[in-house]
Structures are given as structure tokens and as C-alpha cells.
Design a protein around this ligand. Sequence first.
Ligand SMILES: [Zn+2]
Ligand SMILES: [Zn+2]
Ligand SMILES: [Zn+2]
Length: 157
Amino acid sequence: MHASAVVRRELKSRGFKATPQRLAVLRAIAGTSGYFTPQELHGDLKKKHPGLGLVTVYRTLSMLTGAGLVCQIESTGKSHIYARRSPAHHHHLVCQACARVVDFNDCELDGLAKRLGRQTGFAIEGHNLEFQGLCRDCRPRKRAIEKSNQSVRGAGL
Ligand SMILES: [Zn+2]
Ligand SMILES: [Zn+2]
Ligand SMILES: [Zn+2]
């Protein structure tokens, strides 16, 4: 099946209309590396759809997040980052230095959710979880910065 037919069906099954704007945004998302800011996406879209404004991109992304087609990454500390959503249940690791996002699937929170449900009487339907830290590339950089700071101090400045 054609990719846009899949997207159309997914939107419809979630009760959303597959408008040309939404499809254009979804096509642009499919062309990203997986993670993107609204500004980056708008930059891509402008070439083919000059009339599509940044506000519309924001609005469409928030609608797609609600429809479960896009992930919104919270803990970047800077601008919004969105991600193409993998269909499986997953969570994110977010680098606080470069805003890289890595997905992981082996969530072990079901047992905790069941226990909390029993304890509190909540009918738990879902959860959010993001890990914050430094990615493999940023860790050595941070160590290098700390080291050079120490050597400055060590030099008696
Ligand atoms: Zn995600
Ligand atoms: Zn990083
Ligand atoms: Zn989970």
C-alpha cells in the first residue's frame, strides 16, 4: 500500500480528517531522520508549500501528537522536538547537551502500574517516561570541558 494511503487510514481510524495540509506535514516528517523541530519541518515544507505557515505546522504537530502518530519530546530544555512515532510501546532517552533522542522498547513499568492501580484505585491507562542525560558523543566532550576547567584552576588563576 502507498505510504500516504496508510497515513490517511491511520488518521481516519483515529477520527481525524486527512486534509492536504496534514498529509503534507506527514510526508515531510517521513523525509526527516526521525527527530525534528517544528522550525526544521517548516523549512522543508516551505519549498513545496509556500503557503503553509509555522503556526499551522505547530498546530498540526500537536494534533498528530494527540492522534498518536508523532511523539513530543519533553525534556530537551530548549525548543520543542518531535519524533516519528514507532508503533510499539516505547520511551525516550534524551541528551541534554545535543538533544539527541534514542528510543527504547523494553519498558518494565507494567508491574509498577498494576501495583499502583491496586494501591490507589486508579484505572491506569498509560504512562510517560523520559530519561535525561548525556549521549555517548557528549559524555567525553563534557569530561574534556571539566578537565580543562580543572587545569585552569590548577594553574592558580
Ligand atoms: Zn517516540
Ligand atoms: Zn548528545
Ligand atoms: Zn512504558
